[in-house]
Design a protein around this ligand. Sequence first.
Ligand code: FPP
Length: 242
Amino acid sequence: MPGVPQHVAIIMDGNGRWAQARFLPRAAGHRAGVSALRVTINECLTKGCGIVSVFAFSSENWRRPPSEVGLLMQLLLEVLEREIDALSDKGVRVRFIGDRDSLALPLRERMGAAEARTSANSQLTLVIALAYGGRWDLVQAARVLARQCLGGVLSPDAIDEQSLGAALALAQLPDPDLFIRTGGERRISNFLLWNLAYTELWFTDVLWPDFGARELAEAFAYFAGRNRRFGQLTDTPGGSTC
Ligand code: FPP
């Protein structure tokens, strides 16, 4: 559909405050957040937006109290078990980005199983950032390139935006066209630092569990009205809008 972003990246902020306002435990906010994500994925499938990247757990989230970290990890395990069939039936391909080595084995195994189970799907790619940070991503890409240089397959002088981009977690996917952050903060918070270079940014005070079809339509309408110049004077058809 014209004006629809091909790739939307989302920081789903505000689950805790949503629960607090209702005198509910934080877990209830995160569970409501999973429902909001389901709605967003369905809307993106309907509207023809083919890639949704969500920040489910950041490198910095490890600093939360152990009870909250445990809660989020348990929820992720549960959600992967419960939702994967429904996602797969809708043609969703699931892909994880982040520092897998920092995650517990049962979760890593379930992530691998979800990726394998959905790998042939092509209606929508759901990128779940887990134990992810944009700076971590740049560091791991630098290590990949350094190893290639040491192995003699790459010359340091040949390192360019393309080779660095190919070593990043989102390699093979186009950069996000639209970034959405709920919950009132106006920050990128170490999400996809490299890939968001030319992304249109949209912020809302709405808390993530309250984010639905209306809010997504509002964000897409904002995106459709943007004039994307990618640093040039006129629109570039080579950009990643569809
Ligand atoms: C931010 O709200 C939200 C998170 C740190 C977790 C988001 C995770 C989910 C919605 C679960 C997603 C599940 C899958 C499988 C992708 P917050 O806790 O920072 O809220 P606050 O700012 O109001 O405290």
